[in-house]
Design a protein around this ligand. Structure first.
Ligand SMILES: NC(=O)c1ccc[n+]([C@@H]2O[C@H](COP(=O)([O-])OP(=O)(O)OC[C@H]3O[C@@H](n4cnc5c(N)ncnc54)[C@H](O)[C@@H]3O)[C@@H](O)[C@H]2O)c1
Length: 469
C-alpha cells in the first residue's frame, strides 16, 4: 500500500455532512386527481403548506411537481403575492424558483393568507412555521399556536395534519392535537389524522436533500402514521420511514441535531487541548475519522442558525437532567471568547482597537442571521471596547450597521489591527494583507486560511492549529 500524509478514504474524514446520492423520480406522473384523497397509490389530492418560507416554499413546489394541487398559506402578504405571480421569494435556493414558476404556470400552486379556507379545501395540511426560543431558552410557540388556530376551523373529517417543524418530544400529541380537536370539534386519530415528520433539509441543498434523505414519519397511532407515509411516498423520491410513534419521530430530529452540537463541542474541547500540546487538530480528526466508527466534526467559533443551537434547548426544556447537552451548548457558545482573547493577547488590550470581522451570517453562502456567532462576536468585541468593522458578501451596509459594526468595503485600505474570520467564505482566500498595513493578528475562526501568506510579524491563530507568527 502507498504511504500518505492523510487518510484518503472514509466517508466522514472531515466530520459533518456526507453527500448522499439523490434518487431519481420513479413516480408515474401525472397522478390521478381524486377528492377526497385516501392514500391510494398513483393518486393525488390537495395539500395546504402553512408557512411558505425557506423550507415551506420548496416543499410546496416539490409537492406540486408531483402532481398535487398546492395551496401555500402565509401571514406575509408579500410572500402570498409573489407565489401568486409564480415567483419565488427565496433567491438563493437552487432549483426552487424554476419549480415554483412551472407549478404556478401549470395551475398547481397558489397562495393565500386564509388558513381555514385552505385547510377546508385540502386533504392534507403540512405545518412548517418556526418554533424558536424565548429569552428564557424555552420553546416560543407563538407562530405555531397562531398557525394551528388559523387552520383548525377548516380541519374536517378525513383531514391529515402533519407537523414538520421541529418540536419538543410530546408536543404533537399533547399540545397540538388537543388544540385542533377543541377548535374543530372532531376527534384526532379518528375523524382526522395527525402525524409528525421532521424537516431535516439543509439550506442551499433543499431539493437535492428531498430526493435523498429518508423521510421520517410518526403518527398519533399506526393509522395516522400510515396515511402520512402514503402522502410522502406520493410526493418524495426518497425512502419513507414509518416510525412507531410521533414521539419517536420528534425525538429523532432532536437527537440528530443535538448529536451534532455535542460532537462539535467535543471537537472544540479537543482543539483547546491540541493548542496546549502543539498538534494540529485537523490532522488528528482526519486520522481518527479513518476508523469507520469515528465521525468527529470540526472545531470553530461555535454553532449558529435556526437549528443546531436551538434544538438542544428543546430537549433541555423537558429533560434538564441531560447535563452533557447543556455543557456542550456552553462550550460552543464560549468559542467566541477564544477569538476575543486571542486578539486581546496580540494587541495588549481591546480598548479602541479596530477589529474587522469577516462573515456575519451563521455560515457562508446562507443569508441567515438567526443565532449567528458573527452577531455575538460583534457584540462581544464592542463590549470589550473594540471598534468593530465587518464585511459579509451577503449583507448590505445597512444590514451591517444595524448589527453594530462599521461596513468594510472589500479590498479597500483599512486600519484594522486584527481580522477574525467567522465564516469559511471562499472570498477570504482572495484577501490581501497589504490592505491592512497595521495588521497584528488574523484569527482564522474556521481554519480555512492556513495557506494564506502573511507578512512577518503578523500572527495567524486558528482553532486547534499550531500558531504562526
Ligand atoms: N431553515 C432551515 O435551515 C431549516 C432546516 C430544517 C428544518 N427547518 C424547520 O423549518 C421551520 C421553518 O423554518 P424556515 O427556515 O422555513 O422559516 P422561515 O422563517 O424562512 O419561514 C417561515 C414562514 O412562516 C410564515 N409564518 C409565520 N407565522 C405564520 C402563521 N401563523 N401562519 C402562516 N405562516 C406563518 C412566515 O411568514 C414565513 O414565511 C423551522 O422552525 C424548523 O423547524 C428549518
Amino acid at each position: 500500500m502507498s504511504i500518505v500524509d492523510r487518510p484518503t478514504s472514509g466517508s466522514s474524514l472531515l466530520g459533518g455532512s456526507i453527500v448522499m446520492p439523490a434518487n431519481s423520480c420513479a413516480h408515474a406522473l401525472p397522478p390521478r386527481l381524486v377528492s377526497p384523497w385516501a392514500g391510494e397509490p398513483g393518486t393525488a389530492g390537495t395539500v395546504a403548506v402553512v408557512g411558505a418560507g425557506k423550507m415551506g416554499l420548496p416543499l410546496a413546489a416539490q409537492f406540486a411537481g408531483h402532481g398535487w394541487t398546492v395551496i401555500a398559506v402565509d401571514v406575509q402578504e408579500a410572500v402570498v403575492a409573489a407565489i401568486n405571480e409564480g415567483r419565488s421569494h427565496m433567491g438563493e435556493e437552487p432549483g426552487v424558483a424554476d419549480l415554483v414558476a412551472s407549478a404556478h404556470a401549470a395551475g398547481r400552486l397558489r397562495a393565500t393568507t386564509d388558513g381555514a379556507a385552505a385547510a377546508r379545501e385540502a386533504n392534507v395540511v403540512v405545518l412548517i412555521v418556526p418554533v424558536m426560543l424565548d429569552a428564557r431558552q424555552q420553546p416560543d410557540y407563538r407562530h405555531m399556536d397562531a398557525a394551528v388556530d388559523a387552520i383548525a376551523p377548516g380541519v374536517h373529517v378525513g383531514s391529515l395534519v402533519i407537523f414538520e417543524t421541529t418540536l419538543p418530544v410530546g408536543d404533537t400529541r399533547d399540545r397540538f392535537a388537543p388544540r385542533l380537536e377543541a377548535a374543530s370539534g372532531l376527534r384526532a386519530d379518528a375523524e382526522f389524522l395527525v402525524a409528525f415528520s421532521p424537516e431535516r433539509l439543509f439550506s442551499g441543498a433543499v431539493l437535492r436533500n428531498l430526493a435523498s434523505y429518508p423521510k421520517l414519519v410518526g403518527g398519533l397511532s399506526p393509522r395516522s402514521t400510515e396515511r402520512a407515509a402514503l402522502f410522502y411516498d406520493s410526493v418524495l423520491d426518497a425512502e419513507i420511514v414509518a416510525m412507531s410513534s410521533a414521539e419517536a419521530a420528534e425525538f429523532s430530529k432532536l437527537a440528530d441535531t443535538t448529536y451534532r452540537d455535542v460532537n462539535i463541542a467535543l471537537a472544540n474541547e479537543f482543539a483547546a487541548y491540541a493548542d496546549r500540546v502543539g498538534v494540529d487538530i485537523r490532522e488528528v480528526i482526519a486520522a481518527a475519522n479513518s476508523q469507520p466508527y469515528s465521525h468527529i466534526h470540526q472545531p470553530g467559533l461555535g454553532v449558529g442558525g435556526h437549528c443546531i443551537p436551538v434544538y438542544p434547548h428543546f430537549l433541555l426544556s423537558r429533560a434538564p437532567e441531560l447535563t452533557l447537552v447543556a455543557r456542550s451548548r456552553e462550550v460552543n457558545d464560549g468559542q467566541i471568547g477564544v477569538a476575543v482573547q486571542a486578539v486581546r493577547d496580540a494587541l495588549g488590550g481591546l480598548d479602541g482597537a479596530p477589529v474587522l470581522v469577516l462573515g456575519l451570517t451563521y455560515r457562508e453562502g446562507v443569508k441567515e442571521l438567526a443565532y449567528s456567532r458573527g452577531v455575538a462576536l460583534v457584540e462581544a468585541l464592542r463590549s470589550a471596547g473594540a471598534r468593530v468593522l465587518a464585511h459579509d458578501p451577503l449583507l448590505s451596509d445597512a444590514d451591517i450597521r444595524s448589527l453594530g459594526a462599521e461596513p468594510y468595503p472589500w479590498g479597500s485600505p483599512c486600519d484594522a489591527r486584527a481580522l477574525i474570520t467567522q465564516t469559511a467564505d471562499r472570498l477570504w482566500r482572495a484577501l490581501d494583507p497589504a490592505w491592512f498595513p497595521d495588521l497584528a493578528i488574523l484569527v482564522d475562526g474556521r481554519n480555512s486560511l492556513s495557506g494564506l501568506a502573511l507578512p512577518p510579524g503578523v500572527a495567524h491563530r486558528g482553532i486547534g492549529v499550531p500558531a504562526r507568527g
